[in-house]
Design a protein around this ligand. Sequence first.
Ligand SMILES: NC(=O)c1ccc[n+]([C@@H]2O[C@H](COP(=O)([O-])OP(=O)(O)OC[C@H]3O[C@@H](n4cnc5c(N)ncnc54)[C@H](OP(=O)(O)O)[C@@H]3O)[C@@H](O)[C@H]2O)c1
Length: 316
Amino acid sequence: MNKKITCIIGVILVLVVIFIIVFLLNKDEGDNKKMDNIKENVSNDITFDFDTHTVLLNSGYKMPLNGIGTYSLTGDVCYNSIRSALDSGVRLIDTAYMYNNEEEVGRAIRDSNVPREEIFVITKIYPTQYDNPEQAIEMALEKLDIGYIDMMLLHHPGEGDVEAYKAMEKYVEEGKIRSLGLSNWYVEELEEFLPQIDIMPALVQNEIHPYYQENDVIPYIQSLGIVVEGWYPFGGRGHTSELLNDEVIVDIANNHNVSAAQVILRWNLQKGVVVIPGSSNPKHIKENTKIYDFELTIDEMNRINALDRNEKHDWY
Ligand SMILES: NC(=O)c1ccc[n+]([C@@H]2O[C@H](COP(=O)([O-])OP(=O)(O)OC[C@H]3O[C@@H](n4cnc5c(N)ncnc54)[C@H](OP(=O)(O)O)[C@@H]3O)[C@@H](O)[C@H]2O)c1
């Protein structure tokens, strides 16, 4: 009797294992097919428009090619930096829940004379918020207080990221968020994530600078009709002097009578990468916008490309 029961339990267990394997294989196959479908159906053109300094996103909205990043800018420093950026013609602002400055960014926008529709604001929700994404999105809308959010990103891959993205999709339908994107997503993560969502991300924001170039990742993302934006263009605080004094970059800067910072930003643009340098210095903020009056030669681009060391300056 006991032997019979053990035998039946054994058979049931084997069947359950077979069922799970078949289910997972079918799911993988389904996801692979969806990913192939996504790749085959890319039709939008994300070529940068160097006349208007914008790119047309797959969401149908235009985004400026250069902006200001606000990581580590808080309080009055953040407020003044955004006011100064808007006065200098910057129309793209990158903030995040994690930077603890959405209120100052929003206030600076409201206090400026720049019409709201001319400004493009990106914010991000953090993995610790993915268990209640609606609350996170409402909080961002409330803190920014600028009517709608131009683009919201998931700041990192993390538990519940698909559900959090789907919540953002609902806010797009309601018109409270205009475009969606991802940050710190690479090839493998994208292949797994994209088949599970409905609205293609319009942008992926990853670490990119001459010492960490992501030359395998950038063309892959762009081939999906998704715009790439780089963070830490100058290597990030604590690393900027090495990059800004790099012999090759300084030599190229001297050829064009511009600064090393401008060369790095221009190199990004010519690779099809949107730039959001961080700065609280009005002189730097202005300087970082003057990147459209010169062009790097193919040889100069190649010299900077050769500086790649695969040297990441942050853990994610
Ligand atoms: N998605 C993510 O996970 C992630 C991670 C990190 C950063 N980000 C975003 O990317 C943005 C850029 O990164 P970041 O601000 O950390 O680093 P960064 O842009 O690489 O470097 C900022 C540093 O460069 C200096 N700087 C700026 N313009 C300069 C110029 N023309 N000449 C000389 N120095 C100049 C700034 O000093 P001054 O203030 O003195 O000008 C500051 O110390 C962030 O602000 C944030 O919005 C996103």
